[in-house]
Structure formats: C-alpha cells, structure tokens
Design a binder for this molecule. Structure first.
Ligand code: BEZ
Ligand code: FE
Length: 288
C-alpha cells in the first residue's frame, strides 16, 4: 500500500509491466527521482500548485516557433547535459553545443568568400576554417551552415522589417580540401527570451539571461556525424556564466585584429578587420 516511506517503490511497481524495457527504465527512474525530490525539499501543497501553474504557463507560451519547454531545459542545463552525453568528443573531434531556437529558417546557399552580412553594421570579420575527419583527412564538400546574432545581439527573425530576412545566415560548401571561408561581422552577446515563464524564473533566481557572443556552426557530410556547435568570441562577456551553459573552452577563439591593407584587399575586407580561424574535426559514422 502507498505510504510516505514506500511511495516510490509502490508507484514504480505500477510501471513494472511496461512492455518497452527502455520506457520502463525511464519511468521507474523518473518516479524514484521525483519522489526523492519531493521528500528532500518537503514540497508543500502550495508549492506543488505553483509548480503546476508554472508548467501550464510554460506550455501556453509555446507556439509554432517558440518552444518555452526547451528554453526551460536550456536554463536548467538539461539540454547541454543531453547534448554532451550524446556527443562525447572523442579523438580530438570538435565539441558540440546546443542548436538553440534561432535555426528556424533555412540558411541561404552562399559561395565561399561571400558575405552573410546584408546590413553593414558592426566590425567586419573574416571566418576561415577547414573540416577534417578524425583520421586527419579533409572532408571535401562538407556543408557548413552558419547563423549568428548581429553586432547589437539580435537574430534576423527578431527584427522583421528592420533587417533583410536571412541576414547573417549562410550555407556554404567546403572546397576539395574541406576549407571554408566567409565574411561577416563580429556578433554581440544577447539575452535569451525573457518575456515568458523562463524569464520569470531567471528573475526570481537573480540570474542574468545572457549568452556569450557566438556564431552557430553546423557541419554535415555523407558518412560523418552531423556536428552542431558554436564558435565563441574570446573576451566576450558571459563566457563564464552563459545562461544555457553552452560554452566549452575548446570552442572559444580569438578574433584577431588584422591591420594589413594587402590582406584586406585579397579577402575583400575593409582594413582593419577581425579574423578567426575555426578548424573543425568531425567523426566518421560508426567511428567511436
Ligand atoms: C542560441 O544560441 O541561439 C540559443 C540557445 C539556447 C537558448 C536561446 C538561444
Ligand atoms: Fe545563438
């Protein structure tokens, strides 16, 4: 029978007949941990009701483009934990991080060397890189999809009518040596959406909502595991307190200032400009 001492065992037993063994394992552990949590904090009826109201509001904030539950998972560090467990970096492969909610529109196809900045505000920046596999061989023709916030910390979808659609997004095809390069502006740090229940949670906890400045990069190619990661701007505020725990030290790169008119001209950049190089190592399918 159900009592305080045996609550978890009794409820877990009710799931013992779940035919799918993995679902059974998950439900059993969910019951065990939830009951331990309620006992640990001595959850009151009022607190339970506040939790239900919070989750209900979280659901009501979701629509076709906004996913407040994922944002909740993000600020609780659960998204990054799942991402990190599912993509443990092996053999020097590039570490992954969260995809985030702003990859909601497809990036326009761009040629190597193109600019993804359709506005012209911000510090001009050249991004270069090369995609390798774990054995050190190049990945020719890898698809390199990039998207980023602008110099004021906004994605194009947050400024409809103000900036051209697809600003600061591009889908590049690496050359025969796996190399890619494009022109952009240095992104700024920005706050995650705070006008919903997750924002309320952060305010109640005295936590800031900011993400360190970054460029999103997703690399795919036949026969390799798709890599979803970020390139973080060294020196950005919030590298040590990113609101969604997305920063990994190996992904932080110096955006070097280049003052060299001839190099600038060669790359179609104004002088001076910032330059960052991001070598990327992906894993072959089935390789570790
Ligand atoms: C982003 O980097 O675009 C992002 C990630 C998680 C939550 C909000 C934004
Ligand atoms: Fe982002």
């Amino acid at each position: 029978m159900f009592d305080e001492e045996h609550s978890a065992e009794v409820v877990a037993a009710s799931f013992a007949g779940t035919p799918d063994p993995r679902l059974r394992e998950i439900l059993t552990a969910l019951v065990r941990h939830t009951h331990a949590f309620v006992k640990d904090v001595g959850l009151t009826g009022e607190e339970w009701a506040a939790g239900v109201r919070f989750l209900t509001a979280t659901g009501h904030t979701c629509d076709d483009v906004r996913q407040e539950f994922i944002l909740l998972s993000d600020v609780l560090g659960v998204s990054m934990l799942v991402e990190t467990i599912g993509n443990r970096a092996v053999g020097g492969s590039t570490e992954s991080t969260v995809e985030g909610p702003f990859h909601q529109v497809a990036s326009p196809v761009r040629a190597l060397g193109d600019s993804i900045d359709l506005v012209g505000d911000g510090e001009p920046c050249l991004v270069t890189g090369q995609v390798h596999d774990g054995d050190g061989g190049p990945v020719p023709g890898a698809a390199v999809d990039v998207w980023q916030a602008d110099a004021e910390g906004f994605y194009d979808v947050q400024r409809p009518g103000e900036v051209p659609p697809r600003n600061l997004r591009g889908l590049f095809t690496a050359d025969a040596e796996g190399r890619f390069w494009f022109r952009t502006v240095v992104p700024r740090f920005y706050p995650i959406p705070t006008d919903g229940p997750v924002g309320e949670l952060l305010r109640a906890a005295g936590r800031h909502p900011y993400r360190a400045a970054h460029i999103h990069v997703q690399v795919s190619a036949p026969g390799v595991r798709t890599l979803t990661t970020h390139l973080f701007v060294d020196g950005s505020p919030y590298l040590d307190s990113d609101a969604v725990f997305g920063v990994k030290e190996s992904l932080v790169r110096e955006f070097v200032t280049v003052d060299d008119p001839r190099r600038a001209e060669r790359h179609g950049m104004p002088n001076p400009f910032r330059h960052v190089d991001f070598p990327i190592v992906v894993r072959r399918d089935g390789g570790g």
